[in-house]
Every structure is written in structure tokens, then in C-alpha cells.
Design a protein around this ligand. Sequence first.
Ligand SMILES: *Cc1c(COP(=O)(O)O)cnc(C)c1O
Length: 347
Amino acid sequence: MGVAVSLDIHVDLTAFERNVSELCSRVSPAHVWVALKSHAYGHGMLELADNALKAGAHGLAVLDIDAALALRAHGVTATVFAWLHGNEARFTQAIEQSVDLGVSTFDQLDAIAAAALPIGSTASVHLKIDTGLHRNGFAAADWAKACARAREHELSGAITVKGVWSHLADAGDESDALAISKFTSAVDVALESGLKPTVRHIAASSAGLNNSDARFDIVRFGIAAYGISPFDNTDGAALGLTPVMSVASTAENHDDETVRINAGWFDGVPQNPVGAWVLVDGTRCSVLEVHPRFTVISRPEGFYDGMAVALLGNGGPSAEQWAQWSGTIGDEIVTALPSRIRRVFVR
Ligand SMILES: *Cc1c(COP(=O)(O)O)cnc(C)c1O
């Protein structure tokens, strides 16, 4: 108790910009939106927003309207897309602030139109078709009706359907190809309904990187922008990307055989990694126990209090490596670092 957590979380803005710019050139002529959900996967949403745009992204994607409004308040003027709406969703403010809204249900469609009419604004809407992930989106059986309803709202001046979108399950080439063909059919139905969507988007990092058929007009890149692989058989470096986050600490005496780091699973260190190590002054030291507020590791030769420890990056393990040790994905590793620990932004 009483020991301050000692984690230095560095976010490398140069690496982030390099990744975004690399992703932009790989998927060109499709555009890139950078997904900044979950505080930019633990990196810091507001801090990275400007850099994503500066590096060539055409838009930013966040889960909910509150995050989108925070980006607007921060001064972002580019396209900001939000698609997860609870009952309290602030559609009026979103429309006033020109937030692009993903729409998955008739209730949302009607609520957005109802919010737009009294303020004399037109909401920019992206209709979502469920192409197999079954997380949200209009079911194929409802799609023609959804397009017809959207067209009615367009004619009333309340909305304009700017996009048709979906999310790929990344469940293998065959099921992705099927999802893409369902998506293309849905776009056709939208056009036949009199809608004139100008952007179609379905791919996130994995399909954006390895499936040119999935890119359409926009790829919504999340994890790859942070230099972490969306695939479990390669790391970000192998994909030509640079990890953006690094985490360092110092170690102090614990007992004859071990030393400790003053950060534990409460601070985002994975709780039960199998086979994990960290780098202490060039030596790989096994992670032995992860406690709530501290972590016990093996004691390197010539140990002295205050030796530097690389927990992530800088010669230490990668997020992909931690993910493998923990049976999870790289996203979880970086997103788990609590926002109460300060990020230091470096170049
Ligand atoms: C998270 C998310 C993304 C980004 O996914 P990555 O796999 O991290 O690239 C894109 N679109 C939607 C709808 C998402 O939820």
C-alpha cells in the first residue's frame, strides 16, 4: 500500500502518423478513417485525432455520440462517425455538430429524423446492413423497407443517406466474400430506392490490409494504426507498421530471487500470462506473479534498485506477444492500460 504506480506509458506520435500514412497509401484510392474508440485503444483519443488527420486520414470513427462531440469540442472539423446509440443518444447535438451517424434500426432512423426537423438541419446518415456478424445493422429481410423509410425522411429534408456500411466478421475468405456480396446487393437496393449514398464501407484493419475487394470507398482502420497486427500469426512490424505505445518502469528489491515492479493487473499488466518475460537492462526476466498493484519477476544478474524495465516495446515484448501469453488479442493489451495513468506523447 502507498507505493505509487510506476508505469511510464509513451505514445509515439511519429510512429502513429507513419502508420496512418502507410495505411492511406496501401488502400488508396479508398480513403481511411481511423477508429479512435476506447480512448484510441488506450492511446488517447483527443491527442491522436489531429495526428490521424494530419497523416492523411479523411475521417475519425468513434463508438458513441459523446465521443464524437468531444472531438468536435476539441476542434476537429473533419468527418466524425459514431454508430453506437443508446437510449440517451444526443441526436440533436450530433446533428448540430455535423456528426455522421451510423443507423442500425428503424427507431434510430425515425429518432434522428425527428431530431433534425425542428432544428432545420439535415442529418448525415450511414445505413448499416447486417452482412453476417449479427452484432447490429438492419437484417437483410428489413433492408428494402429501411431504405424506403430512409428515402421518405430524405424527402422531408430531415436526413441524407451519405453512406451504406457494414462490418466484416473476418471469419475466413469464403464467409467474407459472401458478406461482401450481400453488401454489394444492399447498396444496389439502396440505389433502387432512390438513395444516393456516396460512400460504402465495410472493412476494418484485417480486411483493409489483405482484401482489396473489401475496401470500397473507406477503410475504418483501428488496431493497425496503432502498429499492432489484426492477425494472430504476424505482428505489426511484419506488416510494415510501427508500434505506437511503449510501457516502461523500474524494478526494486523484493527478495533474494526476485524483484518487483510497482504496477499490477489493476494497472493493466495482464493478469495471468503464461511464459511472459520483460526486459531488465537487456536481460529477459520471467514474469512470476502479477498481483493487483505489483508484479514479481525473476532477478537479473547485477541487480540494483531502480533498474529500467521494458514491459512493452523498446526491446521488451510486443502487444502481440503479451496477447499470445494471455490468450487474447493485441487490442486488449493496450486498451487495458487505465486512462488514469498519464500518457506521455513523444516524437
Ligand atoms: C473497432 C471497429 C473498427 C476498427 O477495427 P480494427 O479491427 O481495430 O481495425 C472499425 N469499424 C467498426 C464498426 C468497429 O467497431
